[in-house]
Structure formats: C-alpha cells, structure tokens
Design a protein around this ligand. Structure first.
Ligand code: ATP
Ligand code: MG
Length: 418
C-alpha cells in the first residue's frame, strides 16, 4: 500500500480507541465533580506563542514543533500545538479573565504534536487531557490537584506511583541553577553531548540526563536551595496530601523541561509501560500568565498523557472487549421494518444491539454472531411475526425458543455474560 500513515502517527481501532475513550470519560467525570470547566482551544497557533511560553531552549520548542508559514498576507509562522498550557493561558488573557475574573478552573483535551523519535508510548500525534487552575497561589490548590489525580488513577485501577518535588521560584532558583552549572562543568566527562548543551542553555534539564541515571546522583538538589516561602509551601502541600491519605514519594531529582514552572512539580508513573512510564506530569507556573502579557496571576496545572494512560489501563487488563449483548436477524428483507422496531426496544432497555443484514443466509449470520462474541441472537421471521413472538437463540447453550420481545429482553438482561 502506497498511502500509508506517517511515522509516529497512529490509527486506533476498536479496543485501543476504546481504552483512550475510557481514560477520557473517567477524567471528564472526575473533573466535573471537582467543578472544573471545559475550555476548547485551537490546534493551530502562532509559533511565537510556544517560544514565548515554553522558552526557546526547551526540547519542544528547539526540535519538536511542527511549524510552517501560513500563506496569508503577513506570512504568519504557525505551529501545531505541542502542548495545551500556552494556548489556555493565551485564551484566558485574551478573554480578559486575568483582570475580570482571575480565579478559573479549566480543563482541555485533544491531540498534541511533537516531532520526536517514535517508540512505545511516544508518538508524534498524542492526546492530552489537562487541567489549569488560575488565581490560586496557595498550597491547598496544589494538594487538591494531587488528590484528584490520585482519585483518577485509582478509579482506572492502575498500579501507579506519585512523585513530587519543589523546584523553587524566581528568588531561590537562580542559586540552584548556578550550582547545577558548576556541577555540570565538574562532571563534563560523564555527560553526553545533549547534556553538555544543557549546561548553559537549560541547566535544570541536566537532571534529566538519561544515559546513566547514576551520574546525576551527585548533582545538587533543588530542595537544598529552597527559600523559606517555597519550603513552607512545599511542606503544606505534603501535609495536606498526607492528611488525605494519598501516597507519594519525594523525588528530589524531578525537574520540568519547560521554563515556566515554579515550586511544586509532580509526576505519576504507571506500571506496564517500560521506559515511557510517566502518565501524568504537571506543576505550578506562577510567572507564566504575566510572561504571556497578562496580569500577575498564579497558575498550576497538569496534563495526562492519554495514550500512555490507555496503554497502562490495557496492560492492567482493565478493559473489556466491546461486544453487542444481542444481534437481531431479520429473515428476509420484508422483515427489516419489524427488526428495526425490535432493535429499538432492546436499545431502549439499555442493551447494546446490532442489526444484521437481511440478505445473508442464517447459517452465515449465526457464524458472524459467534465471531463478534455476542451471546444472544433474536431471529425475526414471517410466522413468528404473525404470532407476535421472536425466536431467541442462546449461542452458548445452542437452544432456541419462541418468546415475546419483552421476554427476550428480560432473558438477555438477566444473563450473567451479556
Ligand atoms: P517526556 O520526558 O516523556 O518526553 P515531557 O516532559 O515531554 O515527557 P510533558 O510535556 O510534561 O512531557 O507532557 C505530559 C505528558 O504527556 C507526559 O507525561 C506523557 O504522558 C505525555 N506525552 C508527552 N509527549 C508524548 C509523546 N510524544 N507521545 C505520547 N505521550 C506523550
Ligand atoms: Mg518530551
């Protein structure tokens, strides 16, 4: 086949798509319960939006963005969104909310695009479900998000670990940054080229040097550099989360690759994913709204990597293959109108129902019913119709009996395997 999909882009069919939807449905339900409102933002934005917010030296902006020049008059440089936060902040400021109604709790979802090396759990188009809370500088909002994420992971029945850290703020981070630069220079020979580049450009990312995790063991830790305010904030977050019975570990080496984060950073890893195990990542970004031209409003948020979360849900064996509870077989075209009526009755009773073609042989249709895993077949023929009944066939027991539609619905409903 010539017109195949692009590398790193996926088609999700059946069970795989369903696992993604399951994650999205559960996330949406929980966010609703936390009174978080939806925001929908464009997939295409000005390239500058991302360089301004994420910082020129982030991996995303440096090498991963899909950009092109639009053919409009101004030849605008545009980019497919690599993440949701900058667009949400732009929309928030553009709507004037930073001045009129700064406290906002918003969630977004949809595809993101990053041109990175594809592998399991890492794609060029992937999906995020994210939350941004504006106007809440207090530690209670950090804790609330961690509690909510814990609830979602438990709801999805995932084996998971939550890691938290604090990376300080504009006041205390410069000293930590400088200590990392010094450390990087002193350990030059142990670092690879990628990390040599980070020393001056983005020293926090030195802690992400993945080639040999041991190297960073001697690196300075952000927690040792926190100012009193940042330390008190972090202590309160930990106390509140502990009081809510949420399990977490402090990972003093966790940093964020994007420049706008301050104070609390957190990640959730799930089992069964191999190297790409981070399914949720987020943190506080108190300076971002102002950087983007808005008022000085605090922010905190996170994004769920829906693709990875879905893989974890599948690995944990928590998805059931979708199959109809019943299929309706009209014996001949003249029975199709009645078959439609019967199918609607089953659906109204809350049963997943598939209507088969009237133009194939009964034997072939029964074969197909077994193949798609349904247990019951309802056959509608001329004689039965005249008598006001249908034939209900139980594929597991190979029995068949003439019953009313209501009786058939009850039998299917009461079956343990439907
Ligand atoms: P990583 O270190 O894995 O590259 P990141 O720091 O780039 O992650 P974020 O920008 O924080 O990731 O995005 C939040 C989440 O989105 C990640 O934890 C992950 O679950 C998911 N994610 C990020 N990039 C991809 C991708 N290319 N494919 C699939 N999921 C992704
Ligand atoms: Mg990345």
């Amino acid at each position: 086949m010539e017109l195949t999909r692009l590398r790193g882009f996926r088609d999700l069919i059946g069970a795989d798509a369903r696992a993604m939807s399951l994650v999205e449905e559960r996330a949406r339900a929980i966010f609703d319960r936390y009174s978080i409102k939806e925001i929908r933002i464009p997939v295409l934005e000005r390239t500058q939006l991302y360089s301004r917010s994420s910082g020129e030296t982030s991996d995303v902006v440096e090498k991963q963005m899909y950009t092109f020049t639009d053919r409009d008059e101004g030849e605008t440089a545009v980019a497919l969104r690599p993440e949701g936060t900058p667009g949400v902040v732009r929309a928030y400021v553009e709507a004037g909310l930073d001045r009129t109604d700064p406290e906002q709790r918003l969630f977004y979802s949809g595809p993101m695009f990053r041109r990175e090396r594809p592998q399991k759990g890492r794609y060029r188009q992937f999906y995020q479900f994210g939350v941004e809370i504006f106007g809440r500088p207090d530690a209670a909002s950090d804790a609330e998000l961690l509690i909510m994420i814990d609830e979602l992971c438990r709801d999805l029945k995932l084996p998971f670990t939550m890691e938290v850290n604090s990376i300080g703020d504009q006041k205390c981070r410069p000293a930590f940054r400088e200590a990392l630069v010094q450390w990087g220079r002193a350990h030059w020979d142990e670092l690879d080229d990628d990390c040599h580049n980070r020393i001056d450009r983005n020293p926090l990312r030195l802690l992400d040097c993945k080639r040999d995790a041991k190297v960073t063991e001697s690196a300075p830790k952000s927690l040792d550099y926190l100012c009193d305010e940042c330390r008190a904030h972090f202590d309160t977050v930990k106390e509140l989360v502990t009081a809510a019975n949420v399990q977490y570990v402090v990972n003093p080496r966790m940093v964020r690759g994007l420049d706008y984060y301050t104070r609390t950073a957190f990640e959730v890893m799930a089992g069964g994913l191999g190297a790409q195990s981070t399914v949720v990542a987020g943190g506080r970004y108190d300076g971002l709204v102002e950087t983007m031209g808005g008022a000085a409003v605090a922010g905190i948020g996170f994004a769920i990597g829906v693709d990875r979360m879905a893989l974890a849900v599948e690995a944990a064996g928590k998805t059931q293959p979708k199959k109809p509870a019943v299929v309706i077989v009209p014996l001949g075209k003249t029975m199709t109108p009645q078959a439609n009526v019967v199918a609607q009755e089953f659906r109204s009773a809350g049963l997943d129902t598939e209507l088969f073609s009237p133009e194939r042989k009964l034997k072939a249709l029964l074969g197909r019913a077994s193949k798609i895993g349904t247990e019951f077949v309802v056959i509608i023929g001329e004689d039965e119709n005249a008598r006001g009944v249908v034939q209900l066939r139980d594929l597991k027991q190979s029995g068949q009996q003439a019953v009313t539609v209501q009786e058939a619905i009850e039998s299917v409903k009461n079956s343990p395997n439907k």
